[in-house]
Design a protein around this ligand. Structure first.
Ligand code: ADP
Ligand code: MG
Ligand code: ZN
Length: 557
C-alpha cells in the first residue's frame, strides 16, 4: 500500500488505518485491475472507490441503484472538499443538461449515476469524450439474476460500456453475494481479482422468536430498550401502518417508510431517523439499502423474508459502528405461505422459481434449526459446513434443555420411506398422526405400518419435528413449492441407530394468528394494481383473481 493512499485516508476522511480488504481493493484499482470487493455492510466499501477516485486522474463514475441516497453521498463528499455530483431522474431536464455539460468537461472527480442513465445517448456521448478514472458498481449483486435484487437495467450497462474507446477499470462492490452471484458478477464484468473479507459481523447477535404474539413481543422488547435506535421491518405496508400507529399511540418516537408514501414523506422520516429525532423506524424492505446510520442497535423482522440474502442485508443494518446489536426474526408459519405465494405468482420463469424456492427453503431452515444461527448464515453464504458456535445467538443461548429425539426421528424417517418418498411435510405429518383426512384415506395411506405411529403428538408438533429434521439436513427435500421429502445419507445413519438426534428447545411453536392478517388480502389486491414502479414489491409480482381467491384460503378475510 502506497503512502499516498494512506495520506488520502487521513487528510480527506480523518481515519488512521484501512479496514480489512480496503487496502487490497484500492491497490488493485490504482494498478488498473478490475476488482470485486465483497465486504460486510458497514465494512467501508465506499472508501474502496473513493480513494482511488482521488488518487487517479479523471472522473470516477459510480453506478448506484439508490437514487434516494445519491444526494446524501454527494453532499458528504462535498463537505469533505471533494468535487462530486450526481445525475438522475430527480433533476429537471435543464439541470441534467447543465450538469452533463460540466461532467463532459471533466469538472468532477466523482459522478454518481443510476443504471438507466447509460441508455441516454447524451450521457453516452459525454462519457466517450471523457477521461474516466474508474467505474464502480455499488450494490453489484443487482447485476446478477441469481442475486436477491436483480435489476435488468444494471446488467444492460455492459454493452454500453463496450462503446467506450478505452474500457475503464471496473470495481464491483457488494455485501451479499453467494458463490453463484460472485461468479456471475466476475463473468459479467470481466473481473479476475476478488477481495472477500467474509460476512462475519462479530457484534451482531441473531435471534429467532417463535410462537409468541408478535405485537406483544415488540411492546415488551421496546420497554427494555428505550431510547435505542432500531428498525422494524414488516412484510407489507398495511402491517407497517398498523404497527406504526400502535407504537405511536404508546408514545414512541416512531417513523414509517414504505413505497406507498410520497417521496417527501419518505425523505422527511428518513432524515428524522438518521438524525435520531425518531428512534424507531417501521418500514418495508423499501427502506434502508445503503443507509449509513451507524448506531442502529436492533433490527426486528416482523415476518420472515423470502431468502437469507435479503434477511442478512436488512438485519445487517444494525451495528455498523461495531457495537453489540441484535437482529431478531419473529417467525410464524403463515410467513411461509405468504412467501411461497409470492414466488408462485411471480412472473419468473420456472427455472428461476425453482431457485427461489430453494432459497426460501434455506430461510425456512434458518427459522427451524437448533444449530448456531450465526454459523448457519455463514455456512449458507460460504457454502461450507462449519460446526463452530457463536455463543450469543438465541439457539446458543437456549442450549440447556437438550432432548434426545432419535426415536421420533426414526419413526418419521421410516414413514417417509414407507410413503415412497413422494410426499411433502403436510401429508407426512398427517400419516404419522393417523389423521382421518379424506385424502389420506383415498390414497390408502391408512394401511401403512407407520400410520398413526406418532399419534401422541399433534399434527403441528409433527410438522415442527419434520421442519427441524430438514433444517438439520437429516431429511432432504426436492425443490418446489411443496418440497417432497426424501431420505439422504444422514437419514440412513439415524435409521441404523448410528446417529443420535438432539433437539435443544421445545419443539412446538404455539402459533397464534398473525396480527393484521385480515388486512393482508385487501392489500395484496392493491399491490397488484400498483405493480409497476414499486420499490418494496418485487417487480415481477402479478396477481390474478384466481390466485387472490386461493390466497384467501390462507388468509381468510
Ligand atoms: P458499506 O458501504 O461497506 O456498507 P460504508 O462505505 O458506508 O460501508 O462505510 C461504513 C462506515 O464506516 C462509514 O461511516 C465510513 O465512514 C466508515 N469507515 C470506512 N472506512 C473506514 C476506516 N478505514 N476507518 C474507520 N472508519 C471507516
Ligand atoms: Mg455502501
Ligand atoms: Zn450461535
Amino acid at each position: 500500500m502506497g503512502i499516498r493512499e494512506e495520506e488520502l485516508l487521513q487528510t480527506y476522511f480523518g481515519y488512521e488505518t484501512f479496514r480489512p480488504g480496503q487496502a487490497e481493493a484500492i491497490d488493485a484499482i490504482i494498478k488498473g485491475q478490475n476488482i470485486l470487493a465483497v465486504m460486510p455492510t458497514g465494512g467501508g466499501k465506499s472508501l474502496c472507490y473513493q480513494i482511488p477516485g482521488l488518487a487517479l486522474e479523471g472522473t470516477a463514475i459510480i453506478v448506484s441503484p439508490l437514487i434516494s441516497l445519491m444526494k446524501d453521498q454527494v453532499d458528504a463528499l462535498q463537505s469533505l472538499g471533494i468535487v462530486a455530483t450526481y445525475i438522475n431522474s430527480s433533476l429537471s431536464t435543464m439541470e441534467q443538461q447543465d450538469r452533463l455539460r460540466d461532467i463532459g468537461k471533466g469538472r468532477y472527480t466523482f459522478v454518481y449515476v443510476a443504471p438507466e442513465r447509460f441508455e441516454s445517448t447524451m450521457f453516452m456521448r459525454a462519457l466517450k469524450g471523457m477521461n474516466i478514472s474508474l467505474i464502480a458498481f455499488d450494490e453489484a449483486h443487482c447485476i446478477s439474476q441469481w442475486g436477491h435484487d436483480f435489476r435488468p437495467s444494471y446488467r444492460s450497462i455492459i454493452p454500453y460500456l463496450r462503446q467506450l474507446n478505452d474500457l475503464p477499470t471496473v470495481m464491483a462492490l457488494t455485501a451479499t453475494a453467494t458463490e453463484e452471484v460472485i461468479e456471475d458478477i466476475q463473468q459479467q464484468l470481466h473481473i479476475h481479482h476478488v477481495v472477500n473479507t467474509g460476512f462475519k459481523r462479530e457484534n451482531l447477535s441473531f435471534h429467532v422468536i417463535k410462537g409468541k404474539n408478535k405485537s406483544t413481543y415488540i411492546q415488551s422488547f421496546l420497554k427494555e430498550r428505550k431510547h435505542e435506535s432500531g428498525i422494524i421491518y414488516t412484510a407489507t405496508r398495511k402491517q407497517a401502518d398498523a404497527l406504526h400507529d400502535q407504537l405511536e399511540k404508546r408514545g414512541y418516537q416512531v417513523g414509517k417508510y414504505h413505497a406507498g408514501l410520497s417521496e417527501q414523506e419518505r425523505k422527511a422520516t428518513q432524515a428524522a431517523f438518521i438524525h435520531d429525532e425518531k428512534s424507531l423506524m417501521i418500514a418495508t424492505n423499501a427502506f434502508g439499502m445503503g443507509i449509513d446510520k451507524s448506531n442502529v442497535r436492533f433490527v426486528i423482522h416482523y415476518a420472515m423474508p423470502m431468502n437469507i440474502e435479503s434477511y442478512y442485508q436488512e438485519a445487517g443494518r444494525a451495528g455498523r459502528d461495531g457495537e453489540p446489536s441484535d437482529c431478531i426474526l419473529l417467525f410464524s408459519p403463515q410467513d411461509i405461505q405468504l412467501q411461497k405465494f409470492l414466488i408462485e405468482q411471480s412472473m419468473m420463469d420456472d427455472v428461476t422459481k425453482q431457485g427461489e424456492y430453494r432459497k426460501l427453503q434455506a430461510m425456512i431452515n434458518y427459522c427451524h434449526t437448533h444449530s448456531c444461527l450465526t454459523t448457519f448464515i455463514l455456512n449458507y453464504f460460504e457454502d461450507i459446513n462449519q460446526q463452530e458456535i457463536c455463543g450469543r445467538c438465541s439457539n446458543c443461548m437456549e442450549r440447556q434443555e437438550k432432548v434426545d429425539i432419535t426415536e421420533e426421528a426414526q419413526k418419521i424417517l421410516s414413514c417417509i420411506k414407507r410413503m415412497g418418498e413422494r410426499f411433502g411435510v403436510g401429508m407426512t405429518a398427517k400419516v404419522l398422526k393417523g389423521s382421518k383426512d379424506k385424502k389420506i384415506r383415498e390414497m390408502q395411506l391408512t394401511s401403512l405400518s407407520t400410520y398413526g405411529i406418532l399419534s401422541a403428538y399433534t399434527e403441528k408438533e409433527l410438522t415442527e419435528y419434520i421442519h427441524f429434521l430438514i433444517a438439520e439436513q437429516i431429511i432432504a427435500t426436492e425443490e418446489g413449492k411443496y418440497p417432497i421429502l426424501k431420505l439422504n445419507h444422514q437419514s440412513v445413519e439415524v435409521l441404523k441407530g448410528k446417529k443420535t438426534v438432539w433437539m435443544y428447545t421445545a419443539p412446538i411453536p404455539n402459533t397464534e394468528p398473525t396480527d393484521f392478517q385480515e388486512d393482508l388480502f385487501a392489500e395484496l389486491r392493491e399491490l397488484r394494481k400498483q405493480m409497476a414502479d414499486e420499490k418494496d414489491v418485487p417487480p415481477y409480482i402479478l396477481f390474478s383473481d384466481a390466485t387472490l381467491k386461493e390466497l384467501s384460503r390462507y388468509f381468510p378475510v
